[in-house]
Design a protein around this ligand. Structure first.
Ligand code: MG
Length: 382
């Protein structure tokens, strides 16, 4: 049966890769809706190829601009209201949640309530509202399938296993572009240095998060909620080749790993086809060419963002929401040249100390916390 797909964030790296999968399986998938932040040029091309019923452009000016060029061929919505509206419609089977940042949370919740399969690439959904989102998925019996490569690897390793027999999960990390830089050298790294990731081609926010290892920190929090494990059962190891995407160790000492050439199309196709696997040969993995796989322990003293992420699991409540919002602000300030790279963890720590933490938050409290954190940091720059 044809599956109808709504992609939130279709012009980003996950969105573009998802459309490659859809293009490869025209008899299995159909695009119902696409959304973009401001890249109307690419969105228009995607629209002409995949014929969605509705598109959303978050930037209102750009949506007006696009409307003029496409006439009545497709419904055009705009803003965060548009994202909510498209997610609330009952005309799709799978939501690919691939927006960048906190803005992805609200529409993903709408899709969960409609019991749609969620192919989750937006980390912030679980980082900021993990408890609430997991409870909602249980209540509505919604399938939440991770697209993040590490979580997809763990999800695949757990297929057919009993979760109570896990002794720990091992999240692999490439270590990013600054793996071999000293903490002192962090002071002078440039935006270009930080955007130069050795293995993965991704958007700028996640690439900076990889350089600071906050990306891995957010993934630890995500894994904590997704697999229901305490922080001491989640280990991070550096694996510079990014061939093993993550592992699970079971109570009998056996370790399962999932391996492939690093390419996001593989976790995406799994999230769309699960529990089946489709014929797909676009990504080859030749271990003979890779030659060696290496592993070592992360330096928590150098990568303080990773340590802070473990800490907020312990603190609980809205602390992970504060961490996330402060990180989003800090990354933006770094990208626009307003702060140095080594100031990113300082700003996050500052916000964690200043904004009050509320336990068992409802959605409104989470939105409020996100707003307060951004507001607090904004005043620091005025
Ligand atoms: Mg990842």
């Amino acid at each position: 049966m044809m599956k109808k797909i709504l992609i939130l964030g279709s012009t980003g790296s996950i969105g573009v890769n998802t459309l490659e999968i859809v293009r490869a399986f025209p008899d299995k998938f159909e695009i119902i809706g696409l959304t973009a932040n401001s890249n109307i040029h690419l969105l228009k091309k995607q629209m002409e190829e995949f014929h969605p019923k509705t598109i959303v452009i978050a930037d209102k000016k750009k949506s007006e601009e696009l409307k003029k060029t496409i006439g009545n061929s497709c419904e055009v919505l705009s803003g965060n209201e548009g994202l909510l509206e498209i997610a609330k419609r009952n005309n799709y089977d799978i939501l690919v949640s691939a927006l960048v940042g906190f803005v992805g949370l609200a529409p993903t919740i709408e899709a969960i309530k409609l019991k749609k399969r969620i192919a989750l690439a937006n980390k912030e959904t679980l980082v900021t509202a993990g408890e609430l989102v997991i409870d909602l998925c249980k209540k509505h019996k919604t399938e939440l399938i991770p697209v993040d490569s590490e979580h997809s690897a763990i999800f695949q390793c757990l297929n057919g296993e009993n979760p109570s027999e896990i002794s720990k999960i091992i999240l692999t990390a490439s270590g990013g572009p600054f793996l071999n830089k000293s903490k002192e050298e962090f002071e002078n790294v440039t935006v270009e240095d930080a955007l130069n990731h050795p293995n993965w081609k991704m958007g700028s926010k996640i690439t900076i998060d990889s350089a600071s290892m906050m990306n891995k920190g957010l993934e630890v929090i995500e894994a904590h909620w997704l697999f229901g494990l305490p922080k001491d059962k989640i280990e991070v190891i550096i694996h510079p080749q990014s061939i093993i995407h993550s592992m699970v160790e079971f109570r009998d000492g056996s370790v399962k790993a999932q391996l492939s050439t690093p390419d996001m199309k593989l976790p995406i196709i799994y999230a769309l086809s699960f529990p089946e696997r489709f014929n797909f040969n676009a990504v080859a993995t030749d271990l003979k060419k890779i030659n060696q796989l290496t592993f070592f322990e992360p330096d928590f003293d150098k990568f303080t963002c990773l340590k802070m992420a473990y800490d907020v699991i312990e603190t609980g409540g809205t602390s992970s929401c504060i961490l996330n919002a402060a990180n989003e602000v800090a990354v933006e300030k770094f990208l626009s040249g307003k702060i140095k790279f080594n100031r990113i963890p300082d700003l996050i720590e500052d916000a964690l100390n200043a904004v009050s933490i509320i336990h068992s938050p409802d959605l409104e409290t989470i939105f409020d916390c996100d707003f307060k954190t951004r507001d607090y940091l904004k005043h620091k720059f005025n």
